[in-house]
Design a protein around this ligand. Structure first.
Ligand SMILES: Cc1ncc(C[n+]2csc(CCOP(=O)(O)OP(=O)(O)O)c2C)c(N)n1
Ligand SMILES: [Mg+2]
Length: 321
């Protein structure tokens, strides 16, 4: 079991609250017409992305999915760079060539750029893990995928090759019960997606994805196995997508009772209650966290808005074929 002190517990709360604040502000900016395209809401996924990313060491890499802003923030991507990506500014990780999480990455922070074609980020992370093994480096790759993305061939191919080669990789499957408007029952016929791990000969672990401590614990264990040469793990984190697929989708196809049930399991408010109960958080500390986050978010928006759009003459820079 992972040892944590009071500051560790509070830091997990800070990262989750920062993730939600960036999400909330992005939604407002989209509604104000300041963001082209759309925003993939992070609500409900904060404990998974933050808990898993906090289990990594600095030299490890992560290949996040579109609901893993928490992992970007934990790895050191600033809110300003995330807003500038959403606003297609030149200061963004994709230099204004793409928006939202698409194409967003920073190898210096150990973040592999998000590949739009699902779940191809898994195969890129697999390549990174192979290079770590080949060079005998004690590094691990962590990658995320969705319940819908797990129906694609690259999901099975990644699990298979990782298991055969015993690669230092951890797969986190975020089972949020929907892939766009498709509910799980129309996505797969097996009772539980975690059994896909056994099909390829790697351990499969299920965790409640709205409990950050549980998420971090299982990912720490899987990373330690991977680092010790014991191979990959598939972790299935159960959660619920609390908004539409993206902001243009009002998700009327999701039963309200389901959302009501999951609203009571909010990863942030439940964790906060736990910290108060265990006297690991007090009013003043919470207020300080909120003030710090408000400042970081406002500074980030200002920084992004002050950044120019890319120069049209650079349009073909970085195009190789
Ligand atoms: C190969 C491919 N098909 C379709 C899409 C369009 N698309 C983007 S996200 C998404 C739903 C993915 O669902 P899931 O994997 O469950 O992740 P979630 O959005 O629920 O987090 C779809 C269909 C895509 N990006 N790539
Ligand atoms: Mg899904």
């Amino acid at each position: 079991m992972l040892e944590r002190d009071k500051a560790d517990y509070q830091k997990l709360l800070y990262w989750m609250m920062l993730t939600r604040a960036v999400d909330d502000r992005s939604i407002s900016l989209l509604k104000l017409g300041k963001i082209p395209g759309t925003i993939f809401s992070q609500k409900g996924h904060e404990a998974i992305s933050v808990g898993a990313a906090c289990a990594l060491s600095d030299a490890d890499v992560v290949a996040p999915l579109h609901r893993d802003l928490g992992a970007y923030l934990v790895r050191g991507m600033t809110p300003g760079r995330i807003f500038s990506q959403a606003m297609a500014r030149v200061s963004s990780p994709s230099q204004g060539r793409d928006v939202n999480t698409h194409g967003m990455g920073d190898l210096e922070l150990g973040i592999i750029g998000y590949v739009s074609h699902l779940p191809q980020s898994m195969t890129v992370a697999l390549g990174a893990a192979f290079s770590f093994q080949y060079r005998k480096e004690p590094r691990v790759a962590l990658t995320f995928t969705g319940d819908g993305a797990s129906s694609e061939g690259a999901f099975s191919e990644s699990l298979n090759l990782a298991a055969v080669l015993k690669l230092p990789i951890v797969f986190v499957l975020e089972d949020n019960q929907y892939a766009y408007s498709t509910p799980s029952k129309y996505q797969y016929a097996i009772p539980d997606l975690v059994s896909r791990a056994a099909a390829f000969g790697l351990p499969g672990v299920t965790v409640f994805g709205n409990n950050i401590l549980d998420v971090q614990n299982v990912v720490v264990e899987a990373i330690s196995r991977a680092r010790n040469g014991e191979g990959p793990t598939l972790i299935k984190a159960n959660t619920m997508r609390m908004q539409g697929h993206a902001l243009h989708d009002s998700a009327e196809y999701v039963p309200t009772e389901l959302l009501d049930k999951w609203r009571k399991q909010d990863p942030i408010s439940n964790y906060k209650t736990l910290l108060y109960e265990k006297q690991l958080l007090d009013d003043q500390t919470e207020r300080n966290i909120i003030t710090q986050i408000q400042q970081e978010v406002s500074d980030g928006v200002l920084w992004a808005e002050n950044s120019p759009y890319p120069d049209p003459s650079t349009l073909t820079d970085g195009v190789y074929a």
